[in-house]
Ligand binder design. Structure first.
Ligand SMILES: Nc1ncnc2c1ncn2[C@@H]1O[C@H](COP(=O)(O)OP(=O)(O)OP(=O)(O)O)[C@@H](O)[C@H]1O
Ligand SMILES: [Mg+2]
Length: 256
């Protein structure tokens, strides 16, 4: 039987007079790839910001594995097992690939200030496990051989994969990817697609925002469609492709 990993229950957020997310209900089943699509400004990234605790919802509830998470600080939500990438690349260009991944794990660090200065055995063990988790995540994203390069010297497609590696290294159960294929060439997209499938096979759940419809349709188990903050459709890729409300939201353009 499948488990619901994430539930959004009537979630709304208003920014001044704008209702960016409007009474959204959404369930994601563990071990699946769920996509969220919709025109620019529909509220997709805002939904990610709500789930990761950047904004509290104006009303409604968000539950992760049955536990209410809205109102929790972002670092606690990361600790519980939700990781994300951002729509725009957020890397430290002058740091190495490995360092960029390690930085994502400060949420797992227990060492206090004194322990860090004295480099106690506990701190050393912790450092070792952070390096190990980072190297593993880089291997998954096929960037292990580039660990000592500066992030800024990686080709664009690899920089985006590096961000996913950073999210993976926090050992999440659910990973939110905000337009991971944006700006990639077809070959880079193909590589990314196979890596996202690999992540799924590692027992992770993926919540994906993406404008590239071919990418979305071939990866997703289910798709939710957002327009002006409202969920207007939800279903399998085949159902979404022929949904009249979805076609209208995309101004009559064919979805695929
Ligand atoms: N912090 C904020 N303050 C005010 N308005 C905001 C804020 N964050 C988002 N918005 C507004 O909420 C709406 C939804 O924005 P959001 O970034 O979620 O859209 P999106 O679906 O991710 O679009 P895109 O596909 O262009 O990334 C937009 O009108 C945006 O201007
Ligand atoms: Mg966005």
């Amino acid at each position: 039987m499948s488990t619901t990993i994430l539930e959004m229950d009537n979630v709304t957020i208003r920014f001044g007079g704008l209702t960016a997310v409007d009474s959204v209900n959404l369930n994601i089943q563990e071990g699946t790839i769920r996509a969220l699509i919709g025109p620019n400004g529909a509220g997709k990234s805002t939904i990610f910001n709500l789930i990761t605790g950047i904004y509290p919802p104006t009303s409604g509830e968000i539950r992760f594995l049955g536990q209410k998470i809205n109102g929790l600080k972002p670092h606690l939500i990361t600790e519980m097992g939700i990781a994300r990438t951002f729509q725009n690349i957020r890397l430290f260009g002058d740091m190495t690939v490995l360092e960029n991944v390690m930085i994502g794990q400060h949420c797992r660090t227990k060492a206090n200030f004194i322990g860090a200065i004295l480099r106690s055995p506990g701190v050393k063990a912790e450092e070792k496990s952070i390096v190990e988790a980072s190297l593993n995540a880089l291997e998954v994203m096929e960037l292990g051989h580039k660990k000592d390069e500066l992030a800024k010297n990686l080709p664009y497609g690899e920089q985006r994969r590096l961000e996913i590696a950073r999210a993976l290294a926090t050992n999440p159960k659910l990973i939110l990817l905000d337009e991971p294929a944006a700006g990639m060439n077809p070959q880079e997209k193909q590589t990314l697609m196979s890596m996202i499938n690999k992540i799924k096979s590692m027992d992770l759940t993926i919540f994906l925002v993406e404008h590239d419809m071919k990418f979305v349709m071939s990866l997703s188990d289910r798709i939710a469609v957002l327009d002006y903050g409202k969920k207007i459709a939800s279903g399998t890729p085949a159902e979404i492709k022929k949904n009249p409300a979805v076609i209208a939201a995309y101004l009559g353009k064919e979805v695929v």
